[in-house]
Ligand binder design. Structure first.
Ligand SMILES: C[S@@+](CC[C@H](N)C(=O)[O-])C[C@H]1O[C@@H](n2cnc3c(N)ncnc32)[C@H](O)[C@@H]1O
Length: 263
């Protein structure tokens, strides 16, 4: 146990101070326990999920203006959404630098993308989107990094249409995938020292914050790893800052929240 804690702490500090996002974009596949982002190697994985959710909610993307939050190093998923009939797509990426080399490769592998490039607009700031123009907002593996979801909601409320629909698929694990629940052991102060950006908000927090900020949110899909979580809980002390959450909340490793504007 102590060995696990030492290993975890050391790896987290190395990750925080030695590995930049650019480095991981390029060499992440060689780093133990690090998983490179899906958008980088297979936008199809993400798009298939978006299409599945829109199907289950009976939403049409044809002719719609879409905003995707946190697209990563390339615009690949936005090209694919336009290719599937969206009118245009804003690729919002405030954190990761655009990687033209990988983006060009993806365009090269998908010849239809060449004809739609002007319909994808990469932005770093949501203020670059005019008021009330967005029909659909998607994100994949993004919300777990957002500390101030209330502020994001206020931005979104300004730029989405009144009948807009959004869906966020969030990875709720501790991103050291060997230790998916390890971050429940630390209080805020310790977490700040080793954190590389995870807010540690749980799916119930996300639903509540959307509901408090002008949206009506619900859980569309949820992966709960209860057996592994209960094993972790029996072997470790969960910090008191997390003790008010239900086991279901803490055992949720992946979740999809959809939300509509509250009229
Ligand atoms: C895991 S990537 C997801 C990229 C893409 N949506 C995908 O699924 O391949 C996480 C995204 O969250 C955002 N982010 C914000 N703060 C971050 C942080 N500290 N570390 C990593 N990503 C962060 C970035 O916009 C980044 O593109």
């Amino acid at each position: 146990m102590i060995f696990n804690d030492i290993e975890y702490f050391t790896l987290r500090l190395i990750r925080k101070y030695l590995f930049s996002y650019e480095f991981l974009t390029k060499y992440g596949k060689f780093v133990p326990y690090y998983k490179i982002t899906s958008g980088q190697f297979s936008p199809k994985l993400i798009i298939d999920r978006y299409l599945k959710y829109k199907e289950s909610e009976n939403i049409d993307i044809k002719g719609k203006t879409i905003l995707e939050l946190g697209v990563g190093a390339t615009n690949s998923t936005c090209y694919s959404l336009v290719d599937h009939g969206a009118k245009s797509c804003y690729a919002y990426e405030p954190y990761v630098r655009f990687n033209k080399e990988i983006d060009d490769k993806i365009i090269e592998q998908n010849s239809p993308y060449r004809h739609i490039l002007d319909k994808v607009i990469r932005i770093e700031d949501l203020n670059d989107v005019g008021p009330g123009g967005i029909d659909i907002v998607f994100s994949n593996s993004y919300l777990q990094y957002i500390e101030n979801l209330g502020e994001l909601c206020r931005h979104l409320r300004r730029i989405v249409k009144d009948d807009a629909w959004m869906v966020h698929r969030t990875d709720y694990r501790d991103h050291f995938f060997k230790y998916p629940f390890q971050f429940y052991k630390f209080n805020k102060k310790t977490w700040r020292i080793i954190n590389t950006g995870l807010s540690r908000l749980r799916i119930s927090d996300h639903v509540r914050i959307f509901n408090e900020n002008g949206f009506e949110a619900k859980i569309l899909d949820q992966t709960i790893e209860m057996k592994e979580f209960l094993k972790f809980k029996s072997e470790n002390k969960i910090n008191k800052e997390f003790q008010h959450y239900s086991d279901n909340d803490l055992a949720t490793v992946m979740g999809v929240v959809s939300a509509r504007v509250r009229i």
